[in-house]
Design a protein around this ligand. Structure first.
Ligand code: XAN
Ligand code: ZN
Length: 474
């Protein structure tokens, strides 16, 4: 590929860790990644003489400017660094950001009424307020290493397009959806079927034209966002399904989050066999659908999801906070269902996918404690598995697995630089740092331990730099 002067061309040298397969860490040390126009152009492992390699690369590329980042040495402060793929948050409500941490003792339906709809209505009407909130949520998630995210905006078109514009400006890869709710919604925050469809069509075209003006790299894409079955009419669901198919637009919605919600769905849609069937019967279940929560599913429902190739956004912080339940992730994975992680702010209180991964691991252990020993161990998710959900799993659910989520040639450089032992929560002692004199297995074990420490103790301070498509955004 021909390098351009606009995007950064990088030569990176040192430690790269990712999780191309569920449960497995891929650890590369003394590795060079060559990034041209934001894309990983070359990967070379076991490079000892970095200076010679740099000279060679520069001469092959006519001595254009490369930023060189060498993290191979132990830092003078005793810390260790490694590159890790950027996180993918597959479920986040941008306008709810001011409410993170505020949920009291509510559960889903009264939480929506008390906290959520009034705030979304405010940000739907007041674009100045919306802009300040959206900027904050984009900045905060980027600071926490989230390079791709799927946002729910509000029911208002302008406020939705504004969010897409800000994602482009601040450099976050994003899906942005106008929330649809044309039935059983509160009078002050609802729309008609016609409004919903017309406004959605405009949102799709507005977001696509913003993206093409910015280079047409699909950095920001529209996503159809019927809020959840109890608040979307059948004809709207059906119409959105058609738009999804003919305009190739993904869909995001909620499914099977709380018992009260499931009862509501049963009474509103008695003709459908279960909650998942409501989406299936009304044209919304396909390989581009992202289903948040999926906690209380039956075997039949899981099979429908697996057959349709839709993906799941597991939101363990939200599920614990508003006491929705425990999603059986292993059970879903065993059925071949794609699973990812979502912060679900503000049902979830944290903008961090690292924290979400940690909570996902702990929730899996709560499930394990309720099952028999033998089966229980199987239910436990490991750090490597939750990191997979946070990266490759997210890419699969958003159908971006050829673009982001791991370090392979041809993929976009969406990444974070992690520094552990830099004086924050993650204390690392000298003997815990891999060294060239260690045996190969010892090096692997030490890296695994460092990654485990990061997952359990880290926060945004360990994420020292972030890139999206080769552009540094932190
Ligand atoms: O976690 C959730 N957040 C929401 O905003 C919402 N709306 C319907 N169901 C929902 N669940
Ligand atoms: Zn949600």
């Amino acid at each position: 590929m021909k390098p351009s002067s606009k995007t950064k061309n990088l030569i990176l040298y040192g430690n790269f860790i990712d999780t191309p397969k569920l449960g497995k860490l891929r650890i590369r040390t003394e590795t060079i990644l060559l990034i041209i126009n934001g894309i990983i152009e070359e990967i070379e492992d076991d490079v000892c003489d970095i200076d010679t390699r740099i000279t060679d690369i520069k001469s092959r590329y006519n001595n254009i400017f490369f930023e060189i980042i060498d993290i191979s040495k132990k830092h003078s402060n005793g810390s260790v660094q490694f590159f890790f793929p950027g996180f993918i948050d597959t479920h986040c409500h941008a306008p709810q950001y001011p409410n993170i941490g505020i949920f009291g003792n509510t559960t889903l339906l009264n939480w929506l009424e008390k906290y959520t709809f009034p705030l979304e209505k405010e940000l739907s009407d007041d674009l100045i307020k919306a802009e300040s909130v959206y900027k904050k949520v984009i900045e905060k998630t980027l600071q926490n290493g989230t390079t791709t995210i799927s946002y729910y905006a509000t029911i208002n078109r302008s406020s939705t397009v504004l969010l897409a514009k800000l994602c482009l400006e601040l450099g976050q890869r994003a899906f942005v959806g106008k929330v649809c709710m044309d039935m059983n919604a509160p009078g002050y925050y609802s729309e008609s079927h016609e409004q919903c469809i017309q406004e959605n069509i405009k949102v799709i075209s507005d977001i696509r034209s913003l993206d093409s003006k910015a280079g047409g790299n699909k950095m920001v894409e529209p996503i159809l966002t019927p809020r959840f079955a109890p608040m979307v009419s059948k004809k709207t669901m059906y119409e959105l399904g058609k738009i999804s198919k003919y305009q190739c637009v993904p869909i995001q919605t909620h499914l099977s989050e709380s018992f009260n919600e499931i009862e509501m769905v049963k009474s509103i849609f008695p003709e459908s066999r279960d909650y998942t069937s409501v989406y299936y019967d009304n044209n919304l279940l396909n390989e581009r659908t992202v289903l948040a929560h999926c906690i209380h599913l039956s075997e039949d429902e899981a099979k429908m999801i697996s057959d349709s190739k839709a993906g799941v956004s597991h939101c363990p912080v939200s599920n614990s906070s508003i006491t929705s339940g425990e999603c059986r992730v292993r059970w879903l994975l065993d059925k071949g269902i794609k699973v990812s992680l979502g912060t679900d702010m503000s049902g979830g209180y944290s903008p961090s996918i690292l924290k979400t991964a940690r909570q996902g691991l702990l929730v899996s252990r709560h499930i394990a404690m309720k099952t028999s020993d033998e089966v229980g161990d199987k239910d436990k998710l490991s750090t490597n598995e939750v990191l997979f959900l946070a990266t490759v799993g997210g890419a699969e659910v958003m159908n971006l697995e050829k673009t982001v989520g791991k370090f392979n040639v041809g993929m976009s450089f969406d990444a974070q630089l992690i520094e552990v032992g830099c004086g924050t929560n993650v204390d690392v002692f000298d003997w815990q740092i891999p060294s060239n004199s260690d045996a190969k297995e010892v090096i692997t074990e030490k890296w695994q331990d460092l990654v485990d420490k990061w997952v359990f103790l880290g926060d945004d301070r360990e994420t020292t730099k972030v890139w999206v498509n080769g552009n540094q955004v932190k």
